[in-house]
Design a protein around this ligand. Structure first.
Ligand code: GLV
Ligand code: MN
Ligand code: MN
Length: 518
């Protein structure tokens, strides 16, 4: 973890280190020729594409793209065209995922998969999901322009997954779970609020999903080498420590619930308070219970031995709960509602602890509903266990990033950010298929799932790493990353995942023994 001392060191360094080398480097890198081309692809074009994709929305005035919506279909076409522009062979699969692939010199070698999601939340930012897709495509486009795209040792496939947020069907990872082979056929029958199910939503778009086709979507684990996902951090840590990139060690497990509370609908002016069975007031109490339990799980869990101390400790540090959606019927100011429905999103690093919290929560919710004479139905809509990134992928990245920091500070004990992710990612589903590794990119103010979400343009780093890569193709990963991080930390305004991707892709062009991480 980043200590306060470490944070101070980084702040001081960013103030005292001279910026001339980074400035000079970027000026020369951007001065045209090959370097100019790369900056154009990796910065200008990528940022333009993020903005363009950010306008592909089902709503007027804000960004919303849910599974198989008209805007999602338009976004998929755009992404497919960009993949083809990068020299990839493309297709859309039975779950609406868009794939772009380049074969390796050894066509039977296991493929590296790189991906993220093309759907969004409601009133979303433009980077969540899209950043990982566009950065992968841009990196491959640079290799195409270098003439090295067809020299990759193993196949590389970019996948834009059709559903990670789960907004429309309340069931996340429809796209990546299908590729990983963990999507149950029952998922095809889940309905959205207007009664359209997943299968119908696909068929409306001429995608002939059947149970058999769903099974065909599963990749053979023998054909896959690993999965990498680049993603906006969606939290404040990287910005706090002044570092543009972080390595993701693991992803919290999550559960989504739908709670339906039914009472007695009535007239707001005539039913005495003591005679009401009001599901709205009951819901308010249930939501406060949720907040209290998640703020202080030890007050709810430790006393009767559900959990051992380490589980309670882990929950105290990581349990987060949210009610993000609530609806009432009939929803009028002069009517006591007959029914209230709300969602619960509950996440924790410790799966056993999450189960214990859910158990305790459900029991106490039923007690409240009974006391208030309302009925209470608790449905589990989604579950994903916590995922730990592949240790070798992670330690390669950590080693490289540590070397980078050492070069900046001259000190050996420096630690780069290695983060746990509270946000869910397609990597969770893909971990059922293959080893996964994730890179986080600093975001402004740690804000995400909001139109305020922002990653600053990278006008130095991407071009810098490409120049270095060209001259240093035989040098080791750590050294290249060190150069990259060095120039980046000197110019704290920028962050970009492109260089990381290029680094990985570049690895694939090296001799097999140099790149073998397994
Ligand atoms: C996805 O962004 C999630 O964590 O809900
Ligand atoms: Mn998201
Ligand atoms: Mn995301």
């Amino acid at each position: 973890m980043i200590t306060p001392l470490r944070f101070l060191q980084l702040c001081v360094l960013s103030i005292v280190l001279p910026t001339t080398s980074a400035t000079t480097a970027s000026a020369s890198m951007l001065s045209g020729g090959e370097d100019g081309l790369h900056a154009e692809i990796l910065r200008d074009e990528a940022v333009a594409r993020l903005n363009q994709l950010g306008k592909v929305s089902d709503a007027d005035g804000y960004l919303e793209r849910t599974f198989m919506s008209p805007a999602s279909v338009r976004a998929a076409s755009l992404i497919r065209a960009w993949m083809e522009d990068a020299g990839l062979t493309t297709w859309v699969d039975y779950m609406g995922n868009v794939h772009g692939r380049v074969e390796g010199l050894n066509a039977s070698a296991e493929a590296l998969l790189i991906g993220s999601h093309l759907d969004t939340v409601v009133d979303a930012g433009i980077f969540d999901g899209s950043l990982g897709i566009i950065s992968a495509i841009s990196a491959l486009k640079v290799l195409k322009s270098n003439g090295t795209l067809t020299n990759l040792i193993r196949p590389v496939e970019v996948i834009a997954f059709s559903d990670e947020e789960g907004v429309r069907f309340q069931s996340t990872f429809l796209g990546s779970a299908a590729v990983a082979g963990i999507l149950p056929v029952s998922a095809l029958q889940i309905s959205d609020k207007s009664g359209v199910n997943v299968q119908d939503a696909l068929r409306e778009n001429s995608i002939a999903i059947t149970e058999e086709n769903l099974f065909r979507l599963k990749y053979d684990p023998q054909s896959v080498w690993g999965y990498i996902e680049v993603h906006i951090e969606q939290g404040p840590v990287l910005e706090w420590v002044g570092f543009p990139l972080g390595v993701v060690k693991g992803i919290a497990g999550q559960t989504r619930l739908k709670i339906t509370v039914r009472g007695t609908q009535g007239h707001a002016g005539t039913v005495p308070m003591s005679l009401r069975q009001d599901p709205m007031a009951a819901s308010a109490e249930l939501i406060i219970l949720l907040e209290s339990l998640c703020k202080s799980p030890k007050d709810f869990l430790s006393y009767d031995g559900h959990c051992n101390d380490s589980t309670v400790e882990s929950l105290s540090n990581s349990l987060v709960c949210t009610v993000g959606e609530i609806s009432t019927w009939p929803s009028a100011s002069n009517v006591i509602p007959g029914q209230v429905t709300f969602t619960v999103d509950l996440r924790a690093m410790d799966d056993m602890g999450r189960e214990a919290a859910l158990y305790e929560l459900s029991n106490r919710m039923y007690e409240i509903c009974e006391r208030r004479s309302v009925s209470c139905i608790i449905e589990r809509k989604h579950d994903a266990n916590a995922v730990i990134s592949d240790s070798e992928l992670t330690s390669e990245l950590k080693f490289a990033a540590n070397a980078a920091l050492k070069r900046i500070t001259g000190e050996i004990q420096d630690e780069v950010p290695v983060l746990m992710s509270g946000a869910g990612h397609d990597a969770m589903a893909m971990s059922h298929l293959t080893k996964v590794g994730m890179l986080f990119v600093r975001c402004r103010g740690g804000v995400s799932h909001s139109p305020a979400e922002h990653v600053l343009d990278d006008d130095v780093w991407a071009a810098g790493i490409l120049s270095q890569e060209q001259g240093k193709s035989t040098e080791d990963l750590a050294h290249v990353l060190a150069e990259l991080a060095k120039s980046h930390s000197l110019d704290d305004k920028y962050c970009s995942p492109f260089a990381e991707l290029l680094l990985w892709l570049k690895n694939l062009t090296r001799e097999e023994e140099m790149i073998e991480l397994q």
